[in-house]
Write a protein that binds this ligand. Structure first.
Ligand code: NAP
Length: 557
């Protein structure tokens, strides 16, 4: 009964280190870890102990006897990662090498104090790594009253298993030396230099909050929007609650075919009653109930073998949705399949080759994967009526009607005030997480996650990314490159409250969290608040810690 890793794998590698026989690969110390689409259990070496199941933060692992029909393809996918051999391998006693914890050399002047800006996966994994040591204090600053970034506002609502990673983040946030300063915007409420007056280092894990813009005529028409905004809208991000979304047309075109495009297409074609059991924003659920969308076309500029979506997500999509190709694209799949050498690409193409034909009668909302379509312009006068594409590599032009166009061509980082920025790559230039200005380190400044390496990878990829940054930061601290801050730890609380009186602390977040869960009445995981004012009202309902207790806890840090 070997265990099997399935679709929601986040690749953070926790299972790798929990496995007593080192049968899960690639591990974070092996090539391919950050780029592999998931982790794989070797069925011959697995001893069925279940240690990986407990370690996985997103419930992606199960014994092969307990898989749903949708998960069965993962049995072969896990096994397929390992070379064929005769007989069962004996369990190995060799453990995956656990990366060294970043040893902090204590200083007389007090703990190592780090401000982390942002509270998404990279921020929380960085906090986790820092707090493996005693004598470290972490203060997390987030501009929204709610933490966890894309784990809350990016992961699709029908991927609740993936959202379980927030339970891990809750445990990290509950550590004694961790503080939340939510609803505080670094760059406007506080400056970088002010943070450095209170900390040895500032680590930015601010993600890639905007999107790449498709530079074609017509993108400024109403209802030509971006998938990233649409994702934020259906996930209840307060800044996007009022996004103009028009689902009155029969077709939506999504440009680009990464995992975000698949998320968007699934949500647009899902049965609303199914979504009603998730934490999708109420405004989105209401709009989807009224939707007249019958087809979502996911248009890629390259061919099937170059599809940007991952194999696990394609399996999930085709298991749950009606997905079709037109005859030209079936032909392209056959041609690519004949030439495919890479195993994952071949598996993707095999799945595509078995999809239905777009000429089949439409029985319900469906998704069409379309290839070799390079967008030339968005059509329409007052509003969007379609997209004109060039057939990639030819002079041929095709136009597709649509009521809404969403570009899904990737996220993009934004400049961080006071730090250098690489415009072309959309990242803060860095060496192993240490911010660089030309060749020179910017004292006390670090980055992790998408603002460090660009918008690629999965939630768990941020674990090894953040660990690298923390190792760099601690090495600088130990080398005496991070001078002691000018203020005592106890001064921070008062300073932040002076600048951002409506700061939300961990207790405030717990109150918001509990209220959202209660609104779900056991029928939904939670019903999100989508307005900052509502969140602040709930957070303020928690009796404030008496001043003397706040001062005491500040002094005890
Ligand atoms: P992505 O994977 O980088 O895909 C971007 C897509 O946009 C590609 O198809 C790309 O085509 C296309 N594109 C780029 N520029 C274009 C242009 N000018 N015109 C037309 N097409 C263009 O981005 P994403 O979907 O936003 O995902 C971002 C990251 O988050 C990925 O690592 C993804 O795996 C991850 N993610 C994971 C999950 C999950 O695991 N469930 C869910 C969501 C996101 P080319 O390939 O031709 O450049």
């Amino acid at each position: 009964m070997p265990h099997v890793i399935t679709q929601s794998c986040c690749s953070d590698g926790s299972c790798v280190f929990a496995c007593p026989v080192n049968c899960i690969h690639p591990s974070p110390d092996e090539p391919g870890f950050a780029t592999a689409e998931m982790l794989f259990i070797d069925p011959d070496a697995c001893v069925d102990c279940g240690a990986c199941v407990s370690a996985c933060p997103v419930g992606a692992i199960a014994p092969d006897s307990r898989l749903s029909a949708e998960q069965l393809p993962f049995v072969e996918i896990n096994a397929g990662f390992y070379p064929k051999r005769e007989g069962k391998l004996p369990p190995t006693s060799k453990l995956a090498p656990v990366p060294d914890a970043p040893m902090v050399h204590a200083r007389g002047g007090g703990p190592l104090r780090v401000a982390i800006v942002g509270s998404g996966p990279a921020a929380m994994y960085a906090a986790d790594e820092l707090l493996t040591q005693s004598g470290v204090q972490v203060n997390v600053f987030e501009k929204l009253p709610t933490p966890y970034g894309l784990a809350r506002a990016g992961v699709a609502p029908d991927h609740q298993a993936t959202k379980q990673v927030t339970s891990l983040f809750d445990r990290i946030a509950a550590r004694r030396d961790f503080r939340f300063y939510l609803n505080v915007e670094v760059g406007s409420d506080l400056t970088h230099d002010e943070l450095l007056d209170h900390h040895h280092a500032v680590l930015y894990a601010v993600g890639a909050p905007t999107d790449k813009r498709l530079d074609v005529e017509g993108m400024s028409l109403p209802v030509a929007s971006t998938a990233t905004e649409f994702v934020a809208w259906y996930n209840g991000h307060p800044d996007f609650a009022d996004l103009a979304v028009d689902l009155s047309g029969e077709r939506v075109i999504v440009v680009g075919n990464g995992n975000v495009a698949l998320d968007v297409a699934r949500i647009l074609t899902a049965e609303p009653d199914t979504l009603a059991r998730t934490d999708i924003a109420d405004h989105a659920l209401a709009a989807l109930r009224e939707s007249r969308v019958r087809e979502v076309v996911i248009a890629a500029r390259r061919g099937p073998a170059a599809s940007a979506f991952t194999l696990p997500e394609l399996i999930g999509l085709t298991a749950r949705c009606d997905v079709v190709l037109d005859a030209n694209d079936h032909q392209r799949v056959r041609e690519d399949l004949a030439e495919a050498t890479d195993d994952l690409t071949r598996r993707k193409l095999e799945i595509l080759s078995k999809l239905g034909d777009s000429t089949a009668p439409v029985t319900g909302p469906r998704i069409r994967l379309a290839y070799n379509l390079t967008p030339r312009r968005v059509l329409g006068a007052q509003r969007v009526t379609g997209v004109e594409f060039g057939v990639t590599g030819t002079d041929e032009v095709v136009a597709l009607d649509a009521g809404t166009v969403l570009t899904s061509i990737g996220y993009r980082g934004m400049p961080v005030r006071g730090l250098p920025f690489d415009e072309a790559a959309g990242v803060v230039p860095n060496d192993g997480g240490r911010v660089l200005d030309g060749d020179d380190p910017v004292p006390g400044s670090y980055v992790a996650g998408w603002i460090k390496r660009g918008p690629t990878g999965f939630i768990g990829t941020n674990k090894s990314c953040a660990a690298q940054t923390v190792h760099t930061l601690v090495a600088d601290y130990n080398a005496g490159l991070l001078p002691d801050p000018s203020h005592k730890p106890s001064a921070l609380d008062r300073f932040v409250r002076g600048r951002a009186p409506e700061v939300v602390d961990a207790a405030g977040w717990r109150a918001i969290d509990a209220a959202e869960v209660a609104r779900g009445r056991g029928e939904r995981p939670r019903v999100k608040f989508t307005a900052v004012e509502e969140m602040l009202r709930v957070a303020a309902s928690v009796p404030a810690e008496p001043m003397h207790r706040r001062l005491l806890s500040g002094l005890l840090r």
